[in-house]
Design a protein around this ligand. Sequence first.
Ligand code: PLP
Length: 392
Amino acid sequence: MNEAMRAYLDAPMERRGTHCEKWDGLKRYFGRDDLIAMWVADMDFPAVPQVRDALVARAQHPVYGYTDNGEADRRAEAGWLKRRHGLAVDADWILYSPGVVDSIFFCVSAFTKPEDSILIQPPVYGPFYQAAKLYGRKLVCNPLVRDDGGWRMDFDDLEAKLRAGVRMMLLCSPHNPVGRVWTREELQRLVNLANQYGALLVADEIHADFALDGRRHTRILALEGAARCVMLTSATKSFNLAGLRQSSVIAPDAGIREALKRTIAQAHADMPNIFGAVAQTAAYTYGDEWMDAVVEYVRENRDCAIDYMRQGLPEIGCQPQEGTYLMWLNFNGLGLSHEAVKALLINEAHVALNDGLFFGQEGRGWFRLNLATQRANVVQTLENLHNAIRSR
Ligand SMILES: Cc1ncc(COP(=O)(O)O)c(C=O)c1O
């Protein structure tokens, strides 16, 4: 990363007073606002300059009417997927959806019935549970396994559960919160199993652009036999545009796509926000250098946090994540209850981390740290944690 880009990312960013959930929502979610906001998964970095320019230019035109879900937006996304991920998709496969969570719900609604089972891999992003719960579907869990080598899928358990009858599997790839970038072999095995047992595989790839240490994220649609899979993507996580509500559902199979189109239209959710469309197109067109720099900056933040904790806070269990800008921390070594750790983080360390229970019962004693912020915030968070834990 060049020095200008480092300075761009490193510059202090005051977000309070901008209607942002992460900082302005502290009091509402944590009961006090004198905290460093290291929780909800958005970034404190300024956007790609060309995205801002495109938004400002569009804002200057004073008519903000209904939006055309343009061919240009889809072509820009297809270009990004080809350039950055080596994946060729037909622009016609791409459907607009307001958000990836919305897309998960659309898939559940379009392809499952109340008696159907949906499989997820805990600990996992909370709305995966909601997808089954809100629609009254059965939830089947195939928990991830943790050993010395890190987190892995339990394929024997997975196969047994698929054999017993699962209509849909929701895959998180890369995985939030454990930070795995699944290998091509793991994903191929998954696709093969889903095909063998007739489960629809829906891959939430919102974190796909954050594969660290030169790793490559494998797109589900790049695999053999994946023609009936559904891939959920978004520029909002990669480029920090979440407030603009823009994402895509990509389905190569025409039948699946038509069913999704109908479901999205029934919810009257098939028209983009005008600023979302403008921002996404600019990001996918001009965002390469920015993206590379942000991934590198996050990698450095991760290394800084790991080094600090391994040396000075060995009671916090941590592993360098392979992907995402999120670190999954195990506080069980402190010998405190989950509630006591939470109180310590908020009231003693003055840091806001995501509560591990949001990711399921497997998250008891765990909390998630968001590293997509200026280095100074990371260092201050670590020092606060150190002081709070040492002065117990
Ligand atoms: C795995 C995963 N899926 C989806 C989302 C949210 O997506 P959206 O804001 O597009 O609904 C997040 C946000 O953190 C996430 O981590």
